[in-house]
Design a protein around this ligand. Structure first.
Ligand code: SAM
Length: 252
């Protein structure tokens, strides 16, 4: 079975096994029927985040009903790199963008973090989760990034265990060539687990900087000479990390 045989790829929470019948939700039914214009007999790929990917056939697809017959597993489950993104949330569309792109880049945990100069007071977790699911469907990821509740930086840092490398993207180091993220990563042993920290539009406060400066197992990195917007900085840092330590093919 070639991957092109699948006309669509859907996340379906719940049991996936040969012979199981799946009823997609209304949004997915609309997507299959009206957006992709699929018909009975077409093949789709299904995943539930834990049991790998499965081939299914559209058994019925009409105005009122839709069911998919699960045939066989096509890929075993594979976890994304153990990489968290801790970031001070920005507003609306740019927040959706961060959730989508971080998920596409293989982030395992997406954690909105309240810093001293953060302007956002509430985060819609369901919306972030919907973005993470859509990105997983599109990128052929087999797991779904976990969305954690918006929490103060102190609590988030307390929950990052000491053996998880903290990568602090520091705008004050922006012009320092010796802190270039790619060079810093290349000179540091590959971590088994890591968390990237991105600050808010106003940057980190002096108090936060002093806490981060004293933290063990913390790498301070620059993302180049320009001060990037927080959403751009998140994607740039994830790209540097994945290319050096992550699941991109080895370039050596
Ligand atoms: N208000 C800050 C200033 O003018 O210095 C800029 C904050 S920036 C918009 C938001 C976050 O993106 C920063 O806290 C940092 O985590 C990250 N960031 C942006 N540009 C960066 C760079 N060149 N190097 C490292 N981190 C950067």
């Amino acid at each position: 079975m070639t991957r092109t045989a699948f006309k669509a790829r859907l996340y379906v929470p719940g049991n996936l096994a040969t012979g199981v019948s799946i009823i997609p939700d209304k949004g997915q039914q609309h997507y299959l029927a009206s957006v992709m214009r699929l018909v009975t007999g077409d093949m789709v790929a299904l995943f539930n985040g834990v049991d790998g990917e499965w081939q299914a056939t559209i058994q019925s697809l009409g105005r009122r009903s839709c069911s998919l017959d699960v045939i066989a597993q096509t890929r075993p489950q594979r976890a994304s790199p153990d990489l968290w993104l801790l970031f001070a949330p920005v507003k609306k569309a740019r927040l959706d963008f961060i959730a989508q792109k971080a998920s596409e880049m293989g982030t395992s945990v997406i954690w909105p973090t309240r810093t001293d100069f953060c302007q956002v007071t509430r985060v819609n977790d369901d919306r972030l989760a919907a973005n993470a699911i859509e990105a997983a469907e599109q990128t052929e990821r087999l797991d779904i990034a976990e969305i954690r509740d918006f929490a103060p930086l102190g609590d988030v840092l307390d929950a990052v265990p000491e053996d998880r490398l903290l990568i602090w993207c520091d705008e004050a180091s922006a012009a320092k060539g010796d802190l270039n993220a790619v060079s810093v990563f290349a000179a540091h042993p590959k971590p088994q687990r890591a968390a990237i920290l991105i600050g808010p539009e106003g940057g980190f406060s002096e108090n936060e900087r002093s806490i981060l400066d004293q933290r063990e197992n913390c790498l301070k990195v620059s993302l180049g000479p320009r001060i990037l917007r927080a959403d751009t900085a998140a994607i740039a840092a994830l790209t540097c990390f994945q290319s050096v330590y992550g699941d991109w093919p080895n370039i050596t």
